[in-house]
Write a protein of this length. Structure first.
Length: 253
């Protein structure tokens, strides 16, 4: 791993210990408190992700809405180009992550059947893998944070994935801050995001225990079930948790 991205001795996946990741979260917190523009905050966020998360050679932030998808910030032009490929195709990991509020990985663009046209474009650009995480806060996230890996296949491990999700949460808070001065609305949004994360984590644990699989496999099964049932990921996760709470057999993903 690049020494510049080596984490300090904090709690894995949480901004709580010394090191580049804690410095990054502290800086983002200061930017939010100082009332910097949304463009400034998101631009700096993508730069910090690229500097902090192993496997994030270039980073972008996709926002979705009635006007379609757009790249609101990036750490480099290559990420923007690959985002635009997906917007043009109407398909790709960043769009699925934004739509489902989920994590979508392309571990190796040389061997990916889900997004063949995107994978081919990534290969031509020298990108070997991608990792997209939907912004938290509702059944349909307002966008996704995208990490692109050059030269080597997937290098975003569990620790890096958790860091990426935390950065995505910061991006979501920045978006809410920019929407207006309603502090109550902002606090409610953050609480919803945290509650949604807890539901997903609990449902993932249920699937892990029931199917004797690891966390990534369990999460992938929840996402696959949501797509197969054409239901929001959080709705499927909540059903799994509710079945467990009722004392019955855990609901299927």
């Amino acid at each position: 791993m690049d020494a510049s991205k080596e984490r300090g001795a904090g709690v894995p996946g949480e901004p709580g210990g010394p090191g580049p990741d804690q410095d990054a979260f502290d800086e983002l917190g200061r930017l939010l408190l100082r009332g910097r523009t949304l463009e400034e905050v998101l631009s700096r966020l993508t730069e910090l992700v690229a500097a902090t998360v192993s496997g994030a050679d270039q980073v972008s932030l996709t926002l979705t809405g009635d006007g379609g998808a757009r790249t609101a910030a990036s750490s480099g032009p290559l990420a923007v180009d690959l985002d635009h490929v997906q917007y043009r195709l109407g398909s790709g990991p960043c769009l699925d992550a934004a739509h489902d509020g989920a994590v979508v990985r392309v571990p190796d663009t040389a061997d990916d059947a889900r997004y063949p046209e995107f994978a081919a474009a990534a290969q031509r650009a020298g990108v070997r893998s991608s990792f997209s995480v939907g912004l938290p806060g509702g059944p349909r996230a307002p966008g996704a944070l995208n990490l692109y890996r050059v030269e080597e296949p997937d290098d975003v491990d569990e620790e890096g994935a958790r860091l990426a999700e935390l950065f995505a949460s910061f991006a979501a808070v920045a978006l809410v801050n920019a929407a207006g001065p309603d502090r109550e609305h902002r606090v409610r949004y953050v609480h919803v995001a945290m509650r949604n994360r807890a539901v997903l984590d609990q449902a993932t644990g249920v699937v892990m225990a029931r199917e004797s699989c690891d966390a990534e496999q369990a999460y992938d099964r929840l996402v696959a079930a949501a797509r197969a049932q054409d239901r929001p990921l959080l709705e499927v996760a909540a059903a799994v948790v509710a079945d467990l709470d009722r004392g019955g057999p855990p609901g299927a993903p």
